[in-house]
Design a protein around this ligand. Structure first.
Ligand SMILES: Cc1cc2nc3c(=O)[nH]c(=O)nc-3n(C[C@H](O)[C@H](O)[C@H](O)COP(=O)(O)OP(=O)(O)OC[C@H]3O[C@@H](n4cnc5c(N)ncnc54)[C@H](O)[C@@H]3O)c2cc1C
Length: 553
C-alpha cells in the first residue's frame, strides 16, 4: 500500500508539504496579523495560548477486549491485523468535530476502541461481524476518521467492548470498466488515490469535499457526502452504481447498473447507514472523462436576497454551474479582510467603489467540453447580470480554488488560540431557505453571545438543486475556557431546533452520527424510525454495528 498522509491525533494535520500559504495564515499555519485583528474586533476575543496536552499525556483506558474474542480475531485476520497498541487505538478514537478535538486536546480518549482490526476481503469482514456478534463485541467501521457528527463515538448502551474496523487494507481499484464509465473500488480508498488511478486513463471521479485528502470512499457512501462540485457532478450517493454490504446476517449485493425496476431500491438503505447495518466492502462508482476545460469566476451581489434569487433563477433554467458557492456578507467580509496580499486589498477597494462594500461573493466553476462550457457560461452570465451581479473575474475564484482544502489546518491554529470553531449545515427549498438562514443565525448568535463577545456566524450556499439549496455555516466565538463542551452543545441544540422549525433538513451532507440522532424522529417521523429499526434488527440482531449513531435511543 503506498504511504498516505495521516491525520494528527488532536487535529487535522501539519500544513501539507509544499502547500502555499492559506488565506489568512502564514506558511507555518499561524494567523496573519490582519486575520487576528479582524477576529479580535469581531468577537471581542483576546488571543491566548490554549495548546493541546502532549499526546503521550492523553488518557487511554486498558483494552477490554475479551481474551476469547481476541484469539478468534487473530485466528481470522492474523496477528498483524488485530492491533491493541496505544498509537493504533488513539488514531481511531472518534472523528474530527470541534467536540472530538476538544476532548482529544484535553487528554480524553474515552471513546477509543479496545482494538483495531483490519479485514482484507468481504468474506473476512462478514466472518468478523459474525464473530463479534457471537462474542458481544461492538463494531465501528472506520474509514478516514473525518466524521464531524460523532459517527465514530463507539457509544454502546450496554457498554460492551468495541473494535474499530479499519478499511485501510481494502483500498485499491479492482475493476475499471471504461466502456461503462464505472470503477469498482475498495471502501478504504481515498479520493486522491482514486483520482490518480483514473487520471492515467483520462478519467475523473470529481467528488471533492473539504475532507478530500483524508476521507474514504466507504465513508462518503456511509454518510451520503457532498463535494464542492456536487451541483454539477452530483452528490456521492448519485455516483454510486452499486455496493457490497457485509452484515452480521450475510452479504448483500445492492444496485444493478445501469438501472433496474426490480422493486424498491435497497441500495438507498445502505447509503447513509453510517455503519449501523454492517460494513460497505466494495463500491461501483460512476466516472467521467476529465474535463477538457475548467473555468472559474468570481461575481458579487449587493445583497444576500439578490444572490439567492439569482441562484434560484439559474436553477430554474438548468443553468447552475458545476461549482456554486455564494457567501453571505459576513463570510465575504471575513474572507476579504483575512486574505493577505495586495490583490485582496485592491479587490476590497474596487468592491467599495462599486457599492458592493458589504456585498456577497459568488464563486462559480464550469467544467467540460469547450463549446458546452462557453455556451453555459454565456447563458448564465446573462441571468447573473439581470440579477444585479457584477463580474469580479478569475483571480478571486482561482485563489479560492487553490486554498479550498486549507480551512481545517487553520482550525487547529484557531483552537490553539482560545477560539470556538465549528461548522453546521442544512438544506431547504428555495422558498424556505431565507427563513432557515435567519433562524439558524439568530439561534447561534443568541446562544453564543455574551456582553462584549459576539460570535461570528458566516454562511454560504454550496450546493444548488432545482428545488432548493444547502446552507453551510461556520461559527467562531471566544471559547468559554471553563465549560467549552457545554458552550457548543447549547449553541448546537438551539441551532438545530431553529433550522428544523424553519423547514431545514437535519443534515444535508454531514450525516446523523451521535450528535444529530436525538432529532432523527423529527426528520423521518416515528414510523420512519421504526422501519429503520426493523431493518437493523434483521441484519444485525445482536445490535453490534455502530450502536451509538443514527437511531435514537
Ligand atoms: C474539515 C472537514 C471538512 C469536511 N468537509 C466535508 C464536505 O465538504 N462534504 C461532506 O460531505 N463532508 C465533509 N466532512 C465530513 C466527513 O469528511 C464526511 O462525512 C466523510 O464522508 C467521512 O468519510 P470518512 O472516510 O472519514 O468516514 P469516517 O469518519 O471514518 O466514518 C464516518 C461514518 O461512516 C461509517 N463508515 C465509514 N466507513 C464505512 C464503511 N466502509 N462501511 C460502513 N460504514 C462506514 C463510520 O462508522 C461513521 O459512522 C468534513 C469533515 C471535516 C473534518
Amino acid at each position: 500500500m503506498p504511504e498516505q498522509p495521516e491525520l494528527t491525533i488532536q487535529g487535522w494535520g501539519p500544513t501539507p508539504a509544499g502547500a502555499a500559504a492559506q488565506d489568512g495564515e502564514g506558511l507555518d499555519g499561524t494567523l496573519t496579523k490582519a486575520a487576528r485583528r479582524h477576529l479580535a474586533r469581531e468577537l471581542g476575543w483576546t488571543p491566548r495560548a490554549t495548546p493541546p496536552v502532549p499526546v503521550d499525556e492523553i488518557r487511554l483506558a486498558p483494552s477490554r477486549l475479551p481474551e476469547a474474542a481476541h484469539t478468534a480475531l487473530v485466528e481470522l485476520l492474523g496477528a498483524d491485523n488485530v492491533r491493541t497498541d496505544r498509537e493504533s487505538r488513539l488514531r481511531r478514537a472518534g472523528g474530527k468535530s470541534y467536540l472530538d478535538l476538544l476532548r482529544r486536546r484535553g487528554g480524553d480518549a474515552s471513546d477509543a476502541p479496545c482494538a483495531v482490526v483490519l479485514p482484507g476481503t468481504t468474506e473476512e469482514t462478514a466472518a468478523l461481524l459474525a464473530l463479534c456478534s457471537e462474542h458481544g463485541v461492538v463494531v465501528v467501521p472506520f474509514g478516514g476518521g473525518t466524521s464531524v457528527v460523532g459517527g465514530l463515538a463507539g457509544v454502546d448502551p450496554d457498554d460492551r467492548p468495541a473494535v474499530a474496523v479499519d478499511l485501510g487494507r481494502m483500498a485499491s481499484v479492482q475493476v475499471l470498466d471504461v466502456p461503462s464509465s464505472m470503477v469498482t473500488v475498495g471502501p478504504g480508498m481515498r479520493g486522491p488515490a482514486l483520482e490518480q488511478a483514473l487520471g492515467r486513463e483520462g478519467l475523473t471521479f470529481g467528488h471533492l469535499p473539504q475532507s478530500f485528502e483524508f476521507a474514504t470512499l466507504g465513508g462518503y457512501a456511509a454518510t451520503r457526502s457532498a463535494g464542492q462540485a456536487s451541483t454539477g457532478v452530483g452528490r456521492f450517493d448519485d455516483l454510486v452504481a452499486g455496493l457490497t454490504l457485509a452484515t452480521p446476517s450475510g452479504v448483500l449485493e445492492l444496485g444493478h447498473p445501469p438501472a433496474s425496476a426490480a422493486g424498491p431500491d435497497l441500495l438507498g438503505l445502505a447509503l447513509g447507514s453510517e455503519g449501523t447495518l454492517g460494513v460497505i466492502t466494495e463500491l461501483k462508482l460512476r466516472v467521467r472523462p476529465k474535463p477538457a476545460v475548467t473555468s472559474y469566476e468570481g461575481w458579487s451581489f449587493r445583497t444576500w436576497p439578490q444572490g439567492l434569487a439569482t441562484l434560484q433563477n439559474l436553477a430554474r433554467h438548468d443553468l447552475l454551474p458545476d461549482v456554486v458557492r455564494l457567501s453571505d456578507a459576513d463570510e465575504t467580509r471575513a474572507n476579504l479582510v483575512m486574505a493577505a496580499g495586495t490583490g485582496a486589498a485592491l479587490l476590497r477597494g474596487s468592491l467599495r467603489a462599486r457599492g458592493h462594500g458589504e456585498g456577497c461573493m459568488l464563486i462559480l466553476g464550469w467544467e467540460g467540453l469547450p463549446d458546452l462550457v462557453r455556451a453555459r457560461k454565456r447563458a448564465a452570465s446573462s441571468l447573473l447580470r439581470d440579477g444585479g451581479a457584477v463580474r469580479l473575474g478569475r483571480r478571486v475564484a482561482e485563489s479560492w480554488r487553490s486554498h479550498r482544502f486549507g480551512a481545517p489546518y487553520t482550525r487547529d491554529r484557531l483552537m490553539d488560540s482560545g477560539l470556538l470553531v465549528e461548522t453546521l449545515e442544512t438544506a431547504a427549498t428555495w422558498s424556505a431557505l431565507p427563513t432557515v438562514y435567519d433562524a439558524t443565525r439568530r439561534a447561534l448568535r443568541e446562544s453564543l453571545g455574551r456582553r462584549g463577545h459576539e460570535p461570528l456566524v458566516m454562511s454560504h450556499v454550496s450546493h444548488g438543486y432545482a428545488t432548493g439549496a444547502s446552507l453551510y455555516l461556520t461559527v467562531l466565538a471566544d471559547r468559554d475556557d471553563a465549560l467549552p463542551i457545554q458552550q457548543w452543545l447549547t449553541a448546537k441544540r438551539a441551532a438545530t431546533d431553529a433550522l428544523l422549525a424553519a423547514g431545514g433538513t437535519l443534515t444535508h451532507h454531514h450525516a446523523v452520527g451521535a450528535d444529530h440522532r436525538p432529532w432523527l424522529e423529527r426528520e423521518v417521523g416515528p414510523l420512519g424510525v421504526e422501519v429503520l429499526r426493523a431493518v437493523k434488527q434483521r441484519l444485525d440482531p445482536a445490535g453490534i454495528c455502530n450502536p451509538g449513531v443514527l437511531l435514537p435511543d
